[in-house]
Write a protein that binds this ligand. Structure first.
Ligand code: 5GP
Length: 234
């Protein structure tokens, strides 16, 4: 599928139109940012690793009945995706307290949550993606009531599917962020699912195998992403 003009460039990805209006090409970059763009860097090989890691997760979700925008890999850092209209909502699901939740609620990082937590954030770089609830999403017309119910149900289903898959690879799915898009009357899981958007901890050592290594200057960032790909491929 031929790549036509660039229609979106974000911190970690570029999206191009194609000859077919139903499909986009999504290209993954090595650029890394954190703290709403205040910390910038490059993680060598990240684009390629996140392309492959996301493809594995999207395929597992599809096999388990969750519809995603993923069509197929085109190259080491490009995938063909359905031309969804991304909703301005981020959905975060958490199994253990970490990151902003641990900080906000004064919980020790790694505290097991009695039940998974779902949070919504309003996608806005200027505002720093503030947390909102379903009432805000409805009031701001970000999604319909039916779409919100579907997104909540699907996000918990994604959590079940990926947590069960990952624990067999000795990886704890601590938390993750999903984005959804509208496509021909349906809501699909979109964007990416990778160490940029999830927290993955080694189940034995609790070692961090995700973007927190970059955010917190822990070193061995590329190695951690490679480790995730190699475990989920095995
Ligand atoms: P936290 O709210 O603790 O910073 O993030 C919770 C989870 O969602 C983490 O796995 C984190 O990687 C992901 N996440 C939340 N917001 C963003 C975002 O704007 N970009 C990316 N790449 N991941 C995010």
């Amino acid at each position: 599928m031929k790549k036509l003009e660039l229609i979106y460039e974000g911190k970690a990805k570029r999206v191009y139109r194609t000859e077919d209006e139903d499909f986009y090409v999504m290209e993954f970059k090595d650029d890394a940012t954190a703290f709403n763009g205040q910390k910038r860097g490059t993680i060598k090989g990240k684009g390629e690793l996140n392309t492959k890691i996301s493809a594995v997760f999207f395929e597992i979700l599809e096999e388990n009945g969750v519809k995603t925008h993923f069509e197929r890999l085109l190259s080491d850092r490009e995938m063909l995706v359905k031309a969804v209209k991304i909703l301005p909502l981020e959905v975060i699901v958490r199994n253990l307290a970490a990151g902003s939740m641990a900080k906000r609620l004064g919980l020790q990082e790694g505290t097991k949550l009695k039940s998974p937590v779902l949070e919504f954030c309003y996608k806005s770089d200027e505002l720093g993606d503030p947390m909102i609830n379903a009432y805000h999403a409805l009031a701001m017309d970000l999604a319909t009531k039916e779409e919100i119910a579907f997104i909540e149900e699907t996000s918990f289903k994604v959590n079940e599917i990926l947590s069960q898959f990952l624990i067999k690879k000795n990886i704890i799915l601590v938390d993750f962020k999903l984005e959804f898009g509208r496509f021909k009357g349906e809501i699909l899981v979109a964007d990416e699912i990778s160490p940029d958007t999830c927290r993955f901890w080694d189940a034995k050592t609790m070692e961090k195998l995700d973007k927190d290594r970059f955010r917190r200057d822990l070193g061995n960032v590329e190695e951690a992403y490679k480790e995730i790909l190699s475990r989920i491929k095995s």
